[in-house]
Design a protein around this ligand. Sequence first.
Ligand SMILES: Cc1cc2nc3c(=O)[nH]c(=O)nc-3n(C[C@H](O)[C@H](O)[C@H](O)COP(=O)(O)O)c2cc1C
Length: 152
Amino acid sequence: MPLNFDSRRGPLLVYFSSVSENTRRFISKVGLPSVRIPLRRGEPPLAVRQPFVLVTPTYGGGAAERTVPRQVIHFLNDPANRQWIRGVITAGNTNFGAAYCAAGPIIARKCEVPELYRFELLGTRRDVDTVRDGLLRQWDRLCAGPRPLPQP
Ligand SMILES: Cc1cc2nc3c(=O)[nH]c(=O)nc-3n(C[C@H](O)[C@H](O)[C@H](O)COP(=O)(O)O)c2cc1C
């Protein structure tokens, strides 16, 4: 069953978070409408049919094939989900050096959307405010995007 949310009213965040739940805690502090990509195989797949910004942590520790969590790949492999992505926000840990937030540019390139922001671990209060305010301000522009909106 597709997620039923009226994105004309404001931003929707689609996010992934593993068992450590750093990203989930960040999302709950941002406080905008959100939906989580299922963590475990066997959970019903998520279907989104309206514009959203994806928030994902980076994994893999520099191993290219595991940088984007497999659950996120699975979600984006569905073209009916992918057509609604309007931007990506990436989490990571600067301890990973050159691989810091490496999932962001990969997704941005594949889906042809901007990488809007990066934050570390749970994010700071400033990260939370920047993301919330930025999305509220830019949502209409992001929805209009370079791509016309498909009719629901
Ligand atoms: C096994 C493992 C590999 C990771 N690899 C990277 C990485 O390559 N680049 C990066 O920026 N962060 C990396 N991280 C840090 C995570 O992105 C960070 O801890 C994030 O907050 C996890 O979010 P989550 O708790 O919502 O899953 C890695 C963390 C783990 C546990």
